[in-house]
Design a protein around this ligand. Sequence first.
Ligand code: F6P
Length: 327
Amino acid sequence: MGVDIRRIGVLTSGGDAPGMNAAIRSVVRTAVYKGLEVRGIMRGYEGLIAGEIFELSSRSVSNILGRGGTILKTARSREFLTEAGQMKAVKVIRDNGIDALVIIGGNGSLQGAMALERVGDVRTIGVPGTIDNDLGGTDYTIGCNTSVDTVLDAIDKIRDTVTSMERVYVVEVMGREEPYIAVRAGLAGGTEEVLYPGNTMDLKTVASDIKKAKTKGKRSWIIIVAEGYGSAVAISREIESLTGYEVRPVTLGHIQRGGSPTAPDRILASVMGAYAVESIVSGKTGKMVAIKGHGLDLVDYKEACFEREKDKKLNSDLYSTTKLLAS
Ligand code: F6P
């Protein structure tokens, strides 16, 4: 059953992810095609509270499909964490005649959507945009594919110096809860070790593996560490003291969030953005767009935000293959 929706808003929130622009483009063009007005909200919930809102047309989103970052900018808003901030946001939404909101972001952003619904009965649809792929109910989030490719590119380059100088490198990648980037880039980059929360591998064993391998002629070693496990600097120091070898830390940091989105991320963002608008038009809100297998679906925010443990078995299988192939 359809509802009377004339104007929608769109915002990006939390850490930017490659493909957010492709999602914005898809939301805007689908909405305009369906006869809706669109308002862009700048700087996520921070800009919403401040009323930084402007009209978006199909032409406003020309040539952004392949651009990293987000033209709407993004923020992590402290004020929006308070009920007073949330009430201000609800008032701005009402004052601007926005009937429903598309929220593109990760865990915190979707919890923000839940808050808007709770305090102001605001209609929202979430679109998962985060490099971490740490949301429940969806196989992928927009940006995670590009991020793995970026890390892989860095690993390939680091491999050149690792091999030439016969050293041990510890490369820290993003991912506090979910080791998606670490485990995929580890396998694709042929690394010797991947340390991530949930992996029981300890540094003493890593150090002894490195020593054993050296006696057998293997002289270069790359360890990927997910940030949720520990820092590259601290782990390098410890392995250095356990082995006596020279160990170099590399923290890839925010390069993992930048760059032009890969084809899979552009495609995911495009279909998810359109699906978000179609859901709003058909009266289905209060949920996040998800991809499962080959189909799009809507899942509850609660599942997305709080049941976000991904496939542990798959991670552990990928890890085992990485170890086997590095032997
Ligand atoms: O959620 C995306 C992410 O890049 C995480 O992987 C990382 O832990 C965090 O954001 C870093 O946040 P900030 O850019 O605010 O330092």
